[in-house]
Design a protein around this ligand. Structure first.
Ligand code: NAD
Length: 290
């Protein structure tokens, strides 16, 4: 199976490398990032997609995805599948799928969870929207790049799952950080706090797997000076996507809205840009009230 890979950044680079390492023929294009080992560099996106059976995109946002889709869809081989793995708004995912389908192509939105570590190790989780046939075509590639692929429904369903998941993540991280800061003020030892909450009803991935308190719980970015990891501005991007989706769908998401506001202030006014999203804990330590 010939594969084209458009967007070879922090995530796309290692994903494309894993496909090539598994023996697939991969042609990649990125105007800024180099092609990783085993991936043949193309000089344009249209050159990369010519003759490919699956085209994977891993791009910064929905506007760029729409631009790239306009360029590559007419150049793709009949019956090929366009599989976008970027995190983008549901509307862009659906618009690109419709454009591809109108041109006789298959289309999937397949955002990922697992970060750059999961991309490098080939242990990503894919949340996938699109047809059964397109999912079946790309499934062997999901198995190389990840450990799990959930077919969530039709076009946009993968992005819907991704932004709902990350809205929960943003909210639970803030709740975990503010609870640690409260525990500090109440004189409770952080290790004791972790021991109780991680095995009680307040547990979550934010507490148990990615504890924001340094020296407590499993190793996490908190133990590395809050170097990302998952940068606060990327969390803000995802929370904005979930709020945009909530507005479009007329859904009531007050906790998601507040989380988006807190991360916006953190990133834009409180020095959070470039820090891990769990650095909300030192933010709560230094702010008694907000
Ligand atoms: P990145 O900025 O490292 O990579 C994006 C790449 O796209 C860049 O190399 C850029 O040069 C390239 N690009 C931009 N315009 C292009 C074009 N017109 N044609 C071809 N390439 C183009 O970002 P990343 O961390 O790899 O993230 C990619 C996507 O994955 C984003 O949507 C992000 O939200 C999502 N994501 C990231 C993580 C993470 O931990 N980094 C985790 C899950 C999901």
């Amino acid at each position: 199976m010939k594969i084209a890979f458009i967007g070879l950044g922090n995530m796309g680079g290692p994903m494309a490398r894993n496909l090539a390492a598994a023996g697939r023929e991969v042609k990649g294009f990125d105007p800024a990032a180099p092609a990783p080992e085993g991936v043949q560099a193309a000089t344009s996106a249209t050159e990369a997609v010519a003759g490919a059976e699956v085209v994977v995109t891993m791009l910064p946002n929905g506007a760029i995805l729409r631009q790239v889709a306009q360029e590559i869809v007419p150049a793709m081989a009949a019956g090929a599948v366009l599989c976008d793995c970027s995190t983008v708004d549901v509307e862009s995912a659906r618009a690109v799928a419709a454009e591809a389908q109108a041109a006789g192509l298959g289309a999937l939105d397949a955002p990922v969870s697992g970060g750059v570590g999961g991309a490098a190790a080939g242990t990503l989780t894919f949340m996938v929207g699109g047809s059964d046939a397109a999912f079946a075509t790309v499934r062997p590639l999901f198995e190389i790049m990840g450990q799990k692929a959930v077919h969530c429904g039709g076009p946009g369903a993968g992005q819907a799952a991704k932004i709902c998941n990350n809205m929960i993540l943003g909210v639970t991280m803030i709740a975990t950080c503010e609870a640690f800061a409260l525990a500090d003020k109440l004189g409770l030892d952080r290790q004791k706090m972790f021991d109780v909450v991680s095995t009680s009803s307040g547990y979550s991935w934010s507490m148990n797997a990615y504890c924001p308190a340094p020296g407590v719980g499993p190793t996490s970015p908190a133990d590395n000076g809050y170097k990302p990891g998952f940068a606060a501005e990327l969390m803000l991007k995802d929370l904005r996507l979930s709020q945009q989706a909530a507005e479009d769908a007329d859904a009531d998401t007050p906790m998601g809205r507040l989380a988006a506001q807190l991360y916006e202030t953190f990133v834009e006014a409180e020095g959070g840009r470039g820090r891990d999203f769990s650095a909300m804990l030192p933010r709560f330590e230094t702010r008694g009230r907000s």
